[in-house]
Design a protein around this ligand. Structure first.
Ligand code: KG4
Ligand code: ZN
Length: 351
């Protein structure tokens, strides 16, 4: 069966066609994946402007879907279902993809499957690597999220912890902005950090020890926090002599030092969770999983602990629709489809 996936939760308009392989260990294959990025539009403003994002999704959605079908050499009648991101994300952006998917499902007579964006990121690991040894601990780390999940059986996602404030990708974007490096910040900090000394600047690591009053079911000590780190970088930059510009060397050192603290905290917490829940594998997905230092550290630590570790391909790390199609197929095979009453939900919970 072929499924069409649609993703418009933030600033990428994406559509993909994914097929079932019939191989239980490697259940899905990508037939096409098209992404229209809005980065050049939002770069001018230093971050995503929601109203501009939804308007651009409207302009792009038809062409992107058409391209995904033609790249897959498929027509509407070859499809078995349509999967679409229902949330979380920017509500105006989500509505474009969801309205398109609902209309297409009626017009083509296809089942509709609303998908949680983070289920998509989690399933990107399976799409790229095949089924993970379960139970698996998965860290989803992106511009909007930094959350640890336990996957005990395929398609069952249990939230273990999350950030109390900024997401890791958001911290990358904010630090890049204050260093004048542009948007998005992750890739440029990743690149500049390579030339820097990662111990040049002392930056704080936040370790939470008590549960969040708003979510007592989460133990709290696996939670993340990045806003203090971002403030420490800001203080470091502002604390320099008035009028002094940052040299390339200083910028590289700040990037490397900041990245070391972020990567350490992501890796520490993920391996702690893997040990606590006796995971048989550990995966990291989401935009920040494209980070070269994070990928190296995950591999090194996994090898040392003899724990299999997984990341998606670079193309599947950042937002895309192939992961939404994959998560949609998972739901479809579990008998879960959505009615036309399904609505966009900016803060949709996953479970
Ligand atoms: O998953 P994604 O495309 O969108 C969200 O769901 O948020 O993630 C985008 C985030 C941005 O914050 C971006 O700066 C970050 O992923 N990112 C990276 C790298 N590439 C993208 N962060 C660190 N290193 C990278 N190489
Ligand atoms: Zn995402």
């Amino acid at each position: 069966m072929l499924i069409l996936g649609i993703e418009t939760s933030c600033d990428e308009t994406a559509a993909a066609v994914v097929e079932e392989t019939g191989n239980a260990a490697r259940p899905w294959a990508i037939r096409s994946s098209v992404i229209a990025s809005q980065v050049p539009i939002h770069r001018e403003w230093g971050g995503v402007v929601p109203e501009l994002a939804s308007r651009q999704h409207i302009r792009d959605i038809c062409g992107v879907v058409r391209q995904s079908l033609s790249d897959a050499r498929a027509t509407w009648s070859d499809l078995g279902a349509i999967a679409v991101t229902q949330g979380p994300g920017l509500v105006g952006s989500l509505l474009v993809g969801l309205s398109f998917a609902k209309s297409a499902s009626v017009a083509a007579g296809l089942p509709l499957i609303g998908v949680h964006h983070l289920a998509g990121h989690i399933e990107s690991l399976v799409l790229h690597n095949g089924e993970l040894p379960l139970p698996a601990v998965v860290l989803v780390v992106s511009g909007g999220h930094t959350s640890l999940y336990l996957v005990s059986s395929p398609g069952a996602y249990q939230l273990l912890s999350r950030t109390r404030d900024d997401a890791a990708g958001e911290a990358y974007d904010k630090v890049a902005k204050l260093l004048g490096l542009g948007y998005p910040g992750g890739p440029v900090i990743d690149r500049l950090a390579r030339a820097g000394d990662d111990r040049a600047i002392r930056l704080p690591t936040t370790r939470l020890t008590h549960s969040d009053r708003n979510a007592p079911e989460l133990k709290g000590d696996l939670d993340f926090s990045f806003s203090g780190l971002k403030t420490a970088v800001l203080r470091h930059v502002k604390g320099r002599p008035e009028g002094a510009t940052l040299s390339d060397r200083e910028i590289a050192d700040i990037c490397a030092s900041f990245q070391r603290v972020v990567v350490n905290s992501l890796i520490e917490r993920s391996f702690d969770a893997a040990r606590r829940y006796q995971a048989r594998s550990l995966g990291i997905a989401g935009g920040v999983s494209a980070n070269s230092r994070l990928r190296e550290a995950l591999k090194e630590r996994g090898d040392a602990r003899e724990l299999p570790t997984f990341v998606p391909s670079l193309q599947l790390s950042t937002d895309n629709a192939a992961m939404i199609a994959a998560a949609g197929l998972r739901k479809f095979r579990a008998g879960l489809t959505s009615s036309l009453a399904v609505n966009a939900d900016a803060v949709l919970a996953l479970s």
